[in-house]
Design a protein. Structure first.
Length: 464
């Protein structure tokens, strides 16, 4: 028998968890979405790590470096080609759902899908043309993988819009599992099937497997999200307010695009400046430390719709309290996970191969940057949901320019450690700028060690 006190504590925890999972309250929905997203990200981090270890072992450092460089490029530009519509869906859909204007919901989601496909397809065509005219200045071993990879971009863009649609409806499993669980599983499965059938253990084979896996994943997610949308928003007329959506989506694109470039520019610059073997080591270290990033991503996935709802209510005190809570949700789990990953870093990197252990210092440097960013939580999501997209875009542009400049400056002198220092420095600058921006525009002191508090905004101070 358990002691009475322990039994009572366990019973209280179970009751609270049951209440969280069963209630329809908006804050509880946000917490539940964060919990589910956190669980999915834990599973996806482990799965991604395992699959990357197997792929690295299967291909060797040189071919693996080619694969990860091309894969990062395609995912990056596939995401950017949405031009912010995948996040604009999260901004508008909860508002339309609350107002009961389903015609706008249908118009928004269908427009976002078509726009993403057209935009990504056009960018892919530009990529094919660039390969044709300028292929001679690209290293030969990159040309064919990039050619195959360009077909990935429309699929990735559509998947991002479907992800945003599901997140806006508080369907975290349908939003996150295709990208973070199903797709990496299929990439590994198709790669293993290909080499078993006699295909060479090369980056070309791996990119082909990634293309097949992405097609299957996106098609399945499209059918699932479409079916569920029809059950919640009956078939009917569509109202399209493209100019309104684009006016919000494009600044979001600038913000998230710069942010996404910021988190991936190090791999790209390393790929441009250093040989594939170095790319492989740096990517392995960054991928291992990315086990910490799922904490931030999970909180961000849940916080966006909640921020939008509270802002619509006009309750600044409630907004400040939730922002502070989101920062705590981000920092403390990130600290715990980060220290654990760093302690096991040598062992984890050795799984990729003996040469990959050289990336342990890179892991330590990147952890410093991740924790610095975590002290303000999803600050950029708070600014975007409150209508300060342009300001956020400017802050991220400064951060990106600083990060790229540091990468270009430090990599020739400090190799992959220079890339890590540049990335960590850019993260620290990002956190500082977000803290100052939220304080000046919303009057919220966004810092994990500060109590929820409101101060006068710059506009209010001028009026006084």
């Amino acid at each position: 028998m358990l002691p009475t006190g322990l039994r009572a504590s366990l019973l209280s925890f179970v009751n609270k968890l049951y209440s969280l999972l069963s209630t329809r309250d908006e804050q509880a929905l946000a917490q539940r979405m964060a919990l589910v997203a956190f669980a999915i990200r834990i599973g996806s981090a482990a799965l991604a790590f395992l699959s990357q270890v197997i792929l690295a072992r299967m291909m060797g450092g040189f071919e693996y470096g080619i694969f990860v460089f091309v894969w990062v490029l395609m995912v990056l530009f596939g995401n950017l080609s949405c031009l912010g519509f995948h996040t604009a869906v999260i901004r508008f859909l909860p508002e339309y759902r609350a107002a009961g204007v389903n015609d706008l919901v249908r118009g928004l989601t269908s427009t976002a899908r078509r726009f993403a496909l057209a935009s990504a397809g056009g960018l892919a065509i530009v990529g094919f043309a660039a390969l044709y005219f300028f292929g001679g200045i690209i290293e030969n071993f990159y040309v064919v993988p990039i050619f195959i990879g360009l077909f990935l971009m429309p699929l990735i863009a559509l998947g991002d819009v479907l992800d945003g649609t599901a997140r806006a409806n508080h369907w975290p499993v349908m939003a996150l599992s295709p990208t973070f669980l199903i797709r990496p599983t299929l990439i590994l499965a198709f790669m293993l099937a290909a080499v078993t059938a006699g295909a060479p253990h090369t980056a070309i084979t791996a990119i082909g497997a990634a293309l097949a896996a992405t097609f299957v994943t996106t098609a399945a997610q499209y059918l699932a999200v479409t079916a569920r949308m029809r059950t919640h928003y009956a078939t009917g007329p569509r109202t399209i307010a493209f100019s309104t959506w684009f006016a919000v989506a494009f600044p979001i694109f600038l913000i998230e695009g710069v942010g996404y470039l910021l988190t991936n520019s190090d791999v790209i610059v390393v790929g441009i400046c250093l040989p594939p073997e170095k790319v492989a080591i740096y990517f392995a270290a960054a991928k291992t430390m990315a086990l910490v990033h799922f904490v931030y991503f999970s909180v961000k996935a849940a916080a966006g719709p909640r921020f939008s709802t509270i802002i619509a209510e006009g309750d600044r005190t409630k907004l400040a309290a939730f922002a502070a809570e989101a920062a705590r949700w981000t920092f403390w789990p990130a600290l715990a996970v980060g220290l654990a990953v760093l302690a096991a870093g040598q062992f984890l990197l050795s799984l990729f191969g003996a040469a990959f252990a050289a990336g342990h210092i890179v892991m330590a440097i990147l952890l410093g940057g991740i924790l610095t960013k975590a002290v303000v939580g999803p600050g950029e999501m708070l600014l975007m949901m409150s209508g300060h997209q342009k300001l956020c875009a400017c802050l991220y542009a400064v951060t990106l320019a600083t990060g790229i400049g540091l990468n270009v400056t430090l990599i020739p002198y400090f190799d992959i450690e220079g890339a890590a220092i540049a990335t960590a420095g850019a993260m620290a600058l990002e956190a500082l700028l977000l803290h100052l921006a939220v304080r000046r525009t919303l009057g919220i002191v966004l810092f994990v060690f500060a109590r929820p508090s409101l101060i006068a905004t710059t506009t209010e101070a001028r009026k006084q």
